[in-house]
Ligand binder design. Sequence first.
Ligand code: SF4
Length: 490
Amino acid sequence: MKLEFHGHDERYTVEQSLLNLFPGELPVYGPILPEDENWAVVTWREDEERGHALVELCWRGEAVSSGYEVPLSGTPYEREGCRRYAVGAAFFRAYQDITGNTPPWGMLTGVRPDKLVTEALAAGKPPEAARELLEERYFVTPRRAALALETGTAAFEAAKSLGPRDVAVYIGIPFCPTRCAYCSFVSQSVEKSFSLVEPYVEALTAEIAAGGRMAREAGLRVRAMYMGGGTPTTLSAAQLDRVLAAFEAAFGPALDGCGEITVEAGRPDTITAEKLAVLKARGVRRVSVNPQTMEENVLRAIGRRHSPGDIGRAMELAEKLGFPHVNMDLIAGLPEDTPEGFRRSLERCLQFGTDNVTVHTLALKKGSRILLEGLSIPGPEAVGEMLDCAEPALRRAGYAPYYLYRQKYMSGSFENIGWTRPGGECLYNIYIMSELCSILSFGAGGSTKMVDPSRRLIQRRFNPKFPKEYTERPEKALSNQADFAAFYAG
Ligand code: SF4
């Protein structure tokens, strides 16, 4: 879409709105020509007290214009915030006028829409005011605002028990048996990169040892650990044992307040009784088994090698070993799936009786086979139907939403939601999604986040992305740890 700005340069706001409301449209800067069918002219005027954004929007040859006026006051930074908001709101209204659509999350473009709720509650506002903020200021639909109120409240409650030196730990295992059709994650197929696994485990345990030392010296307390990927259970039972033993030994007393150790077992074809027994013996209390669908044809379409029967067998093993918390992941919008197929998958998941179910919406990721091979996927309306059936079914079965997030290029611009039965919340998921505390990440592609909620300060450090690079450059991870220690020394 051609974009022209007058009186401002709010590129970021307009580009994010474009991405959110017109998926697939890229911003193009240059003079708008008579033959152009998709364009927007965004104008800003202001005086001492008021600002006015005007958006003239043309989509497929049809044009509308929409204005939004805001009072201006405060510091230059606050006035800038008002301008940004007015530009986004005018763009959103013009979009609504021209398409007649009501996007579920209104004009919100970020990953964490419920953060507004958590912040409003922390500022002492009543829940109703937080909900009104979403609906009236950001045009969020009442149903999504209600969901955000529930998950934002769960984060507000979780934050109460966190101290200033409480952190969470993430351990990444970037290997998978095969690559799923919707994935762009830099996971390596174990078949192709078998020789990398052992040196990776070696480097990882060394990084964990150094990180644990740093955490103890800095007086940090680990409240939750999450091992994800990739697929952690692509490691052998002995390798899993080494990684978990390294974690235990390195952090020692820093784990005294750690009530939660989770391993994303992930793909059912990698789960064995021996591996689950190792996890259990090492204090893992929560595992995730991620079928994504229970439909045979959909499993084939996404490149999984396992059958619905294998999922059942993995669930039986998890039950036999007595993990107190088990999560199952589903994705709405996978290739070959239908609303009816998704409803069947959800029903079969619910029959397993796990205390956590996470319902994702398919996100179209660059580099995924879905895009590269042009696989056909259900449209936004069908995905909406899938999610519409999920919410009441989960509520009837006793689940409530406790964390949510959005990703770019999601089908229908919906969201991912973690559902739990009472008392089954995975704290790590709340901490990371609501940015409540620092996350110290180990492994290739690890993204360490240093969070100081009192100063609203967040800094990030990244480990090398690929396993080979990671094992060959341990100094990068160590320098990230030094920055982490410095963050807490200040
Ligand atoms: S299991 Fe997850 S990380 Fe691995 S290929 Fe599939 S989507 Fe990607």
